[in-house]
Design a binder for this molecule. Structure first.
Ligand SMILES: Cc1cc2nc3c(=O)[nH]c(=O)nc-3n(C[C@H](O)[C@H](O)[C@H](O)COP(=O)(O)OP(=O)(O)OC[C@H]3O[C@@H](n4cnc5c(N)ncnc54)[C@H](O)[C@@H]3O)c2cc1C
Length: 440
């Protein structure tokens, strides 16, 4: 027994890329869209993310007196990744980022501002946008999913995982899926794959990212790289498969501390009290490998009230606080005792680096390790989200974006710039959806 469904567009995955693609495609009331989601209960990475949207040249930046542009954004990303091969893709995504940030804020009614308190490695000006309460990606995705479900020309099917692609003469003509014990056979003119990467798939992580060891996985369980399994047999090229969005500021409770802390004066030492890195030398993804190299794959981050004042304004700090991951010590003696580090060693490590301020007691601290949030390798796509085979041709009938596709970090996790993940996802969803609704 199976059910046949015929639509204009079928989207696999109701996360950042899939929801944006479906919202934009369905702006044309004559286009019928089906969105198939594996499990809204398990969630999507966008929903557990910080919801920080990188965009250059927005009205929010202008109002804050920040001079930025899509070009500068792209240059920053490429300077960090060194991945000139993907310049066109990066340009295309940065070129639409301000548009969808404005659309989400002004047309879809989700509050946004630019995070002048969100300093990040390699970001030459503040360009992360988030809701003023810094509530994270959950409320944002809830808002977008509700709007999508209300569209009369969209059907959102939950607990309906895509199980494979339907291919006729090399052209993708839809998908197969399962829902409530039934097989669904979906026919569509365009199939959009937005099912994210493979950080939740141990076999694929072993195959492509073995040097990460067995890191804590801070993303959702649905990211099992299903699309890799469907696209490999079709000859799709896989690129930058060893790169991930890693995080070097994961607490031992699985939460994260605010990535701005190093720019607010926070100091990192290892279990022996050694200050093993200039805290501002890496982004959080690059820092993960440095923390991995420390004894026990552990480090402790130490900061003070002045840093806490700014850093606490973040869902990451609120989650870490309620998990019990954030500690306090009134002075250096009690801090050394709590960390079991020799007081004089710790004191020496807390001396400010040239040009940095000295921390002032009382202290805040958190034990950290490294984790992987999402993968950044994926199928090759062109700037329109067309999936490319190893011979450079594209697969007819198919588009892909977000974590299914190659990310913007280049070949190494250290090349990841903050905001790249949702830029790839919302940006390509925007591009694909707009092209569908305008008949391209
Ligand atoms: C803790 C954390 C914090 C992050 N913070 C940020 C941030 O602040 N800024 C930023 O830019 N990036 C951030 N990221 C990265 C960002 O969340 C991801 O890059 C982005 O969500 C990828 O978008 P996507 O649409 O590809 O996947 P997702 O948002 O994960 O959506 C994919 C959807 O597909 C569904 N799915 C999977 N398989 C199937 C299937 N077979 N059939 C149907 N549906 C399926 C999933 O259930 C999911 O709903 C963060 C990630 C994590 C884990």
């Amino acid at each position: 027994m199976h059910e046949n469904i015929e639509v204009d567009v079928v989207v696999g995955g109701a996360g950042a890329c899939g929801v944006m693609a479906a919202l934009r495609a369905s702006e044309d009331p004559d286009i019928v869209v089906a969105v198939l989601e594996k499990s809204m209960t398990e969630g999507c990475n966008a929903g557990v993310s910080s919801g920080s949207l990188a965009a250059g040249g927005t009205r929010f930046q202008e109002a804050a007196g920040i001079d930025d542009s899509a070009e500068r954004h792209a240059d920053d990303i490429l300077a960090a990744s060194g991945d000139e091969r993907h310049r066109e893709l990066v340009d295309a995504l940065c070129g639409v980022a301000a548009d969808y940030v404005h659309w989400v804020a002004d047309d879809l009614g989700y509050p946004m501002d630019v995070g002048t308190d969100m300093a990040r490695k390699g970001m030459s000006v503040p360009r992360l946008h988030a809701d003023p309460a810094r509530a994270g990606g959950g409320p944002l995705m809830g808002h977008l999913r509700r709007l999508l479900a209300d569209r009369p020309n969209v059907a959102v099917l939950d607990e309906a995982p895509v199980t494979g692609l339907r291919v006729e003469d090399g052209t993708v003509v839809g998908v197969r899926a399962r829902q409530g014990g039934h097989d669904l056979v979906v026919s569509a003119d365009v199939t959009v794959l937005a099912t994210d990467g493979f950080a939740g798939n141990r076999a694929l992580m072993q195959e492509f990212c073995a040097e990460l060891g067995d890191p804590f996985h801070g993303g959702v369980s649905t990211a099992t790289g299903d699309a890799i399994g469907w696209l490999r047999p079709l000859g799709a090229e896989l690129r930058n498969m060893g790169a991930c969005l890693r995080h070097g500021q994961v607490t031992l409770h699985g939460t994260r501390v605010n990535p701005a802390l190093p720019w607010l004066g926070a100091v990192l030492v290892n279990r022996d009290g050694e200050r093993f890195v200039d805290e501002q030398a890496n982004g959080y993804s690059g820092l993960a490998g440095v923390v991995q190299g420390q004894p026990g794959e552990r480090a402790v981050m130490i900061w003070d009230d002045e840093a806490q004042q700014t850093a606490q304004h973040s869902e990451m700090m609120r989650e870490s606080e309620s998990a019990g991951a954030l500690r306090r010590a009134p002075d250096i003696t009690s801090l050394a005792a709590a960390l079991r580090i020799d007081r004089s060693v710790l004191e020496a490590s807390l001396q400010p680096l040239p040009g940095r301020r000295a921390l002032v007691a009382p202290f805040h601290y958190a034990w950290l390790t490294h984790g992987v949030l999402t993968t950044q390798g994926g199928v090759a796509i062109d700037p329109h989200g067309r999936v490319l085979r190893t011979d450079g041709t594209s697969i007819e009938g198919l588009r892909a974006g977000g974590g299914v596709a190659v990310g913007l970090a280049g070949t190494q996790s250290g090349g990841y710039s903050s905001g790249n993940g949702l830029l790839s996802a919302f940006g390509m969803g925007w591009i694909i959806g707009n092209e569908i609704s305008s008949g391209r």
